[in-house]
Design a protein around this ligand. Structure first.
Ligand code: PBG
Length: 347
């Protein structure tokens, strides 16, 4: 309730100090205009913070829409190269590749992961030839290649840990040979970081980095990704025996500690927005390069609501991305990377 006394010299109603207001603190002063807000802004988002996850499909000249991820396409390798060129032009440091493997190439143990002609390997070589200074992240996990959609080998209902790790090592080496710069184990098997590190080193890939999906939760927010890589209809059961329980936070710190001890160069938390508390804890407790994955379901919520006119899409996108920075993330894997980079460039 304004206590109107007389108009001040700007013609506004003068506001007299209320007895109960502590007038030495008017935090709104620092928000009074855009330049003032810019001056005190604590966090900034730049294109340096972005990793663009990209889906691959066989063929050429193909860009297939993904219904549950409006605005995201699956690219054939030639289109992926064009997209990579665009990413480079926009100064995005790195992309991440995920294949939609033809159903006929999927089997119980994910053999296609070891094929040096698989989609990820083809794309790595083609992109490196065209844009050598764009970083490429390749996931180590078997789910795009298995007939049952699990990240590891199934024995009955069980996902075998150690046998899976052997395959992940071979997969990582296959990807490194094709030019992948960063191996990102997303499988959540125990001990895989140490095994992959040793495997890469033994093959002379001691420069290839490991970005570990250290705290990866069993999440409903991966739904659209599974549409994108074609595992949503084939996945048997769920991934709760290897991905983390959403209720846990201390356990994430233990996972991170193990992966760092095993040689991870960078740590990832996934999903992103619902787990910003984990991002903050990891950064605060370990002080290591910390990444967050704004996953497919998070993208779908924002992009879907925006398409329906329920939220302002670009603003919601930028707000979600700065939230990761505020929580302490050094970078974000996001399907919005291209759009966000275009917006940042436009200023
Ligand atoms: C698979 C993998 C998943 C994602 C990245 N790697 C899905 C899963 O674990 O089922 C999810 C990414 C997203 O939802 O955007 N190893």
């Amino acid at each position: 309730m304004l206590h109107r006394v007389e108009d001040d010299r700007n013609g506004r109603p003068e506001q007299r100090p209320r007895a109960h207001l502590e007038l030495s603190h008017r935090p709104r002063r620092n928000r009074k205009s855009e330049w003032a807000r810019r001056l005190v802004r604590e966090n900034v988002l730049t294109t340096d913070d972005l990793i663009w996850p990209m889906f691959l499909v066989e063929g050429s000249g193909r860009r297939d829409a993904i219904a549950s991820m409006p605005g995201v396409d699956r690219f054939s390798v030639d289109e992926a190269v064009r997209a990579a060129v665009r990413a480079r032009e926009l100064d995005i440091p790195a992309i991440a590749l995920f294949p939609n493997t033809a159903p006929t190439l999927r089997d119980a143990i994910g053999s296609e992961a070891l094929n040096d002609q698989n989609l990820v390997c083809q794309a790595c070589r083609a992109i490196k030839a065209e844009v050598p200074d764009l970083g490429i992240v390749a996931d180590a996990a078997l789910d795009p290649y298995t007939s049952h959609g699990h990240d590891g080998i199934m024995h009955g209902e069980e996902i075998l840990n150690d046998a899976t790790v052997d395959l992940l090592v071979a997969q990582a080496i296959n990807q490194a040979r094709s030019g992948a710069d960063i191996i990102a184990p997303s499988d959540m098997m125990d001990g895989r970081v140490a095994a992959i590190r040793a495997g890469l080193d033994a093959e002379g890939f001691d420069d290839v980095q490991i970005m570990s999906y250290a705290a990866k939760y069993a999440s409903a927010f991966y739904g659209p990704f599974r549409d994108a890589i074609g595992t949503s209809t084939t996945l048997i059961g769920d991934k709760r025996t290897y991905q983390m329980d959403s209720a846990n936070s201390d356990e994430a710190m233990r996972e991170v500690a193990h992966d760092l001890a095993e040689g991870a160069d960078m740590i990832m938390v996934k999903p992103g927005m619902p787990y910003l508390d984990i991002v903050q804890r990891v950064k605060a407790e370990f002080s290591v390069p910390t990444f967050a994955y704004q996953v497919s379901g998070e993208y779908a919520m924002i992009a879907g609501a925006a398409r329906n006119g329920w939220i302002d899409g670009p603003r919601a996108m930028m707000e979600s991305l700065i939230a990761f920075k505020r929580a302490g993330a050094d970078g974000i894997l996001t399907y919005f990377a291209l759009e966000a980079a275009e917006r940042l460039r436009a200023g």
